[in-house]
Write a protein that binds this ligand. Structure first.
Ligand code: PGA
Length: 250
């Protein structure tokens, strides 16, 4: 089954609203007629509405980098699914490794967020990946399976269609070290097989699995031309319009 790739920009804690607007104005013409892949921007929360407005009517989708699972409540500093939808954003990252590492996000929390995203019709990009220690100990497959089993717990095949998975080896994020296409493909096969076990083969063959971790214009085509790799989640190289557009046009 042909899967449409998703090329996504994770801006992390970079860009003010003015800087985000400047990016979108420069970026839109560079990808104006691009229909081969989906394109998504994940700005910081203060730039979310600005980016949604600037990208309205274009081929660019917009989402949060992190979303709480409750609709509202006493959760200082958090952003709810209702708030995301109120500004007409459509996507959210869930369980990025930086959320797991610095904000103690567990697979159980990832799971609650995933349920909330699906209940609200928000496209969830669930991030998983092993650390260097885990890879070197030969634990990559078991780590990915544990993250998927916990993260996808209680999700029925009938509701799983919108889910996107991002495989991001932690040792490749922001380090300039990229997984080789072969390493990424091997991990994606493990992920797809585990999704098949959890949600059935139909979902597994349709689900998009993105690769993330030091994707840049120079290595994008070798990764993205692999049939197993259905897009990219790009951090550092997504901050400049030219660079991110070059990745979109891999
Ligand atoms: P990077 O970040 O491209 O800067 O390695 C990727 C990510 O964290 O999603």
């Amino acid at each position: 089954m042909a899967r449409k790739s998703l090329i996504a920009a994770n801006w992390k804690m970079y860009k003010t609203p003015d800087e985000a607007l400047t990016f979108v104005q420069a970026f839109l013409p560079l990808v104006a007629n691009h229909t081969r892949d989906e394109i998504a921007l994940f700005p910081s929360v203060t730039s979310l509405a600005t980016v949604v407005h600037a990208a309205a009517g274009s081929n660019i989708q917009v989402g949060l980098q992190n979303m709480h699972y409750e609709n509202e409540g006493a959760y200082t500093g958090e952003t709810s699914p209702i708030m995301l939808k109120a500004v007409r954003a459509t996507h959210t990252l869930i369980g990025h490794s930086e959320r797991r590492q610095y904000f103690a996000e567990t697979d159980a929390i990832v799971n609650k967020k995933l349920h909330a995203a699906l209940a609200h019709g928000i496209v969830p990009v669930v991030c998983i990946g092993e650390s260097l220690v885990e890879r070197e100990a030969g634990e990559t497959a078991s780590v990915l399976k544990t993250q998927l089993t916990g993260g996808l717990s209680g999700i029925a095949a009938e509701q799983a269609a919108p889910i996107v998975i991002a495989y991001e080896p932690v040792w490749a994020i922001g380090t300039g070290k990229t997984a080789t296409p072969q390493m990424a493909v091997e991990a994606h096969r493990i992920v797809r097989a585990e999704v098949a076990r959890l949600l059935g083969s139909e979902i597994a063959s349709a689900i998009r699995i993105l690769y993330g971790g030091s994707v840049k214009p120079e290595n994008a085509s070798s990764l993205l031309n692999e049939e197993e790799i259905d897009g990219a989640l790009v951090g550092g190289a997504s901050l400049k319009p030219d660079s991110f557009a070059a990745i979109v046009h891999y």
